[in-house]
Design a protein around this ligand. Structure first.
Ligand code: RET
Length: 279
């Protein structure tokens, strides 16, 4: 089988620009989300403030990595005068930024979700530990396949990485399902949305990973993979964070709402009076 090293192919102007623009767009989305989550902190109950802090941390880390990826992309290609395209400069586009980013942000995304589901005590600690271990295994075993230039290596590591991937999605799916039973219909419908969003965004990663194996040419494969990962990251970090924030906000409002007889519910979890944080 022909080596499918996508980092050494020439690109048309359009191919180069699509990746350039999607990386640039993602920097803007992550940066804006960072500011938003920091400001949103003051609008949720004290126990959910850590959740918005974690959301800000995630997009902040991603913003940094996308800036680095953008720099790496512009360094990897040069426009050839008199032609309609870009040729490799010899400097490789560094895929490791993505994996370093995921290594930091995926465990935080899992912690963020478990915290807003408000599962307490030992059960939560055990669940978070297992999920974080699975996430690290998924990412660390995915990387050798990502940078491989031959098909078998890509497939073998991809398959190994899929095992923890399926485990994580299974645990999240069932835990969100359990939480939907406990919560009010309004919160439950947001949780239903989170479930779909998780499937839709997490499902894109393995597909993007397989792009170099599709018979579409190395240049298009590279473009689809980078654009796929970038879109999935925007859905999985800022959009997902917004949904988590919506849940925290709704729960804050519900807890502060007056009881039906007119007496107000105790305010011990509100912004003004610190109780304990969800994480
Ligand atoms: C890899 C390798 C091939 C097999 C699978 C993968 C899954 C990656 C995932 C990454 C999720 C990243 C997220 C980042 C958001 O910030 C490593 C591509 C299954 C699911 C959610």
């Amino acid at each position: 089988m022909e080596p499918s090293n996508t980092s050494v192919v020439s690109l048309t102007l359009g191919q180069y620009d699509i990746v350039y623009n999607s990386l640039s767009f993602t920097i803007a989305a992550m940066g804006a989300a960072f500011v938003f989550f920091l400001m949103a902190r003051a609008t949720v109950a004290y126990k959910f403030q850590r959740v918005t802090e974690v959301a800000a941390l995630i997009v902040g880390i991603a913003c940094y990595h996308y800036v680095r990826m953008f720099g790496s992309w512009t360094a990897a290609y040069t426009h050839t005068a008199g032609t309609n395209g870009y040729t490799p400069t010899g400097e490789l586009f560094n895929e490791a930024y993505r994996y370093a980013d995921w290594l930091l942000t995926v465990p935080l995304l899992l912690i963020e979700l478990i915290a807003v589901l408000y599962i307490t005590g030992n059960r939560r600690a055990g669940m978070v530990r297992n999920l974080v271990i699975a996430a690290v295994v998924m990412i660390v075993t995915g990387y050798p396949g990502e940078v491989a230039t031959d098909t078998p290596t890509r497939l073998i590591w991809g398959t190994i990485s899929t095992i923890p991937f399926v485990y994580i999605l299974f645990v999240l799916w069932t835990e969100v399902g359990e939480a939907m039973k406990r919560e009010t219909p309004e919160v439950a419908s947001l949780l239903f949305g989170i479930r779909l969003l998780l499937l839709a965004s997490w499902g894109v990663y393995p597909i993007a990973y397989l792009m170099p194996l599709f018979p579409i040419g190395a240049a298009d494969a590279l473009v689809f993979k980078q654009v796929g990962y970038s879109i999935a990251d925007v859905v999985a970090k800022p959009l997902y964070g917004l949904m988590i924030y919506a849940i925290a906000r709704l729960k804050t409002q519900q807890e502060n709402a007056p009881a039906p007889d007119g007496a107000s519910v105790p305010h011990d979890d509100t912004v003004a009076s610190p109780g304990s944080k969800a994480i």
